[in-house]
Design a protein around this ligand. Structure first.
Ligand code: AQP
Length: 336
């Protein structure tokens, strides 16, 4: 390795998660497992994106408890709050402040093309609010404040990162060099986990059907029960195939939690029925999640320690966010 690389500062990565429900196995296998790995290689900023959660209706007491529990789960997974910046988005007011500057530099037309807005407004026709519409601008602010080199993205978030990049480039062209234009980071491994009740849809924590998702904090009994009820087909062969989305999803899950290849899984269950397979998936998932739940139970008991950590996290985040925000304000022409 050349000397230049040895001395180079680690690249910066930013990632957020919404406390819009109980974090699921999908969040874990698709994103959080990678967060834990990324902290070894990058300078990471991780946020609990609570402001985003209220784009759909949240019951106040439940929201508060979900924010605590999401933060505690990050710690229980092994994310180190000393090494990284781990904070709650609403504790850093520069997110909403910068989002106003960005909103005034974002066109109505480009926001109208966002597929997530179309999906979520179709799902909640009684609450098509302005926040839901402008959500990607707040997300652009979340990202651009911290000047990350990379933002990990799943397929569903690609469009939002693209708009954040477009906004950054436009702003820089107009006002000068303010924002770093982030690159997408495609993690080495990241499974897309589908609903256990409708394998055509992704597993989502806000799905009203509780049998469709497995929460990271579910008990072993609940996990096994949910897998037993998982929708499959009548073919009774454990094989990955496009016309077997339910079984394929279970194979993906089993392979992700056991680190076995799909071929190994298919071999292991050759000649066995779906009952045996579903039980094995449930048990393997429960075994993977049990130590996380155990650490979580310890962490959540000590609210004072948790408060100290998220406040320190907010201070670290704000130090960076303020600098970017005031630079942008100054360049736009505000009197500071
Ligand atoms: N089913 C999934 N499979 C793989 N990855 C997933 N992620 C979410 N669901 C799956 C990834 O988790 C990260 C954090 O997501 P988020 O909570 O900020 O928002 P989301 O993608 O909208 O997740 P949900 O669970 O579907 O939330 P709701 O129901 O509130 O909309 C992201 O990296 C996401 O890709």
């Amino acid at each position: 390795m050349c000397e230049e690389n040895i001395n180079a500062a680690p690249k910066r990565v930013l990632s957020c998660i919404q406390p819009s429900g109980m974090l699921t196995l999908g969040n874990y296998l698709g994103a959080l497992k990678n967060w834990v790995a990324m902290q070894e290689e990058f300078d990471c900023t991780f946020a609990v994106a609570d402001l985003h959660a209220i784009t759909v209706r949240q019951e106040p007491a439940a929201l508060r408890s979900q924010i605590y529990s999401t933060y505690a789960i990050l710690l229980a997974l092994g994310i180190d709050p000393e090494k990284n910046t781990v904070f709650i988005q609403s504790h850093v007011p520069e997110h909403t402040a910068l989002s106003w500057l960005l909103s005034c530099n974002t066109q109505f037309g480009e926001m109208s093309r966002m597929t997530q807005f179309k999906d979520k407004s179709a799902k909640h026709p009684e609450n098509v609010n302005v926040g839901l519409f402008s959500y990607p601008v707040l997300m652009a602010a979340d990202i651009l404040l911290y000047k990350p080199d990379f933002v990990p993205v799943g397929a569903d978030q690609k469009q939002h990162l693209e708009i954040a990049r477009d906004i950054a480039i436009r702003f820089n062209n107009k006002y000068g060099d303010i924002f770093t234009v982030p690159e997408p980071y495609i993690p080495k491994a990241g499974a897309r986990i589908m609903s256990l009740q409708d394998p055509a849809k992704k597993m989502s924590k806000s799905d009203d059907n509780q049998n469709s998702w497995v929460a990271i904090l579910d008990s072993k009994d609940d996990i096994i029960r949910k897998f037993k009820r998982a929708v499959t087909d009548s073919d009774a062969v454990v094989r990955m195939a496009d016309d077997k989305p339910g079984i394929s999803n279970l194979i993906t899950i089993y392979s992700a939690v056991t680190d076995k290849t799909v071929a190994e899984v298919e071999r292991e269950f050759e000649g066995k029925g779906y009952g045996d397979f579903k039980l094995a998936v449930g048990e393997a998932v429960a075994d993977t999640l049990a130590p996380i739940k155990q650490r979580y139970d310890e962490i959540i008991k000590d609210k004072k320690a948790l408060e100290t950590l998220y406040k320190e996290g907010a201070q670290k985040a704000e130090y960076v966010a303020r600098k970017t925000y005031f630079k942008a304000m100054k360049k736009v022409g505000f009197v500071l």
